[in-house]
Design a protein around this ligand. Structure first.
Ligand SMILES: C[S@@+](CC[C@H](N)C(=O)[O-])C[C@H]1O[C@@H](n2cnc3c(N)ncnc32)[C@H](O)[C@@H]1O
Length: 196
């Protein structure tokens, strides 16, 4: 079932998390016993279904603004019998508001908005919770930015690098950059002194 979703997504060029990144994410959830998860960027539900399968007590809120993706995610989640565990919100991330606190916020939507998302959802992170950001090396392009021919891609990659620098210098977080995992994952824990 999950393999079918993956194959179809790859065939249709839907951007889903890479195997290495997914493995890391699932291990992280197990090790930290994360139960409440917010995901920014559902696509067809591949990563949320994988996360929900870790443990029946896990609950995921996941946000998607593309109607086609949203509908396909609902079908996939229903087929996997995970409707009780995964709640897909059909709206732009920017408009999503909740008082809920999460153990993990997995950020996998518009790369240029990662810092904004961090500010938007910081209060929704439990005090020992973490953000995980995907695509931090963006297919390796962050290492060769000046040679990127396409202007839009170059501008996006520059924004990812800027985000990475902002996070390194943001004293609210302790960060670990796993550049060799999947498409590059950045993990940000709230600093102890910042915890409310
Ligand atoms: C990389 S895909 C998510 C992949 C998914 N997490 C997985 O690994 O299976 C990013 C998704 O975020 C959605 N997205 C991008 N910007 C968004 C926004 N501002 N609000 C809601 N969804 C957004 C896109 O439509 C796309 O489906």
């Amino acid at each position: 079932m999950i393999e079918e979703i993956k194959e179809k997504a790859l065939e249709e060029k839907v951007p889903i998390i890479k195997d290495g990144g997914l493995f890391f994410l699932l291990e992280f959830i197990k090790e930290r016993n994360a139960k409440d998860i917010l995901e920014l960027g559902t696509a067809v539900g591949y990563s949320s279904i994988n996360m929900a399968l870790v443990n029946k007590d896990i609950h995921i809120d996941t946000i998607e603004k593309n109607e086609e993706m949203y509908k396909e995610a609902l079908i996939n989640i229903e087929k996997a019998n995970l409707d009780e565990q995964i709640n897909v919100h059909f709206c732009p991330i920017e408009e999503f508001k909740t008082d809920k606190k999460y153990d993990l916020i997995f950020v996998d939507a518009a790369k240029s908005q990662y810092y904004k998302y961090t500010e938007q959802f910081l209060d929704n992170l439990k005090e020992d919770g973490a953000f995980i950001y995907d695509n931090m090396i963006f297919h390796g392009l962050v290492y060769d930015v000046e040679n990127i021919k396409n202007r839009n891609t170059r501008s996006l990659v520059k924004k990812i690098i800027k985000f990475s620098d902002l996070m390194r210098n943001d004293n609210r977080f302790d960060i670990i950059f796993h550049e060799d995992v999947g498409d590059g994952l950045l993990v940000a824990f709230r600093r102890k002194s910042e915890r409310k």
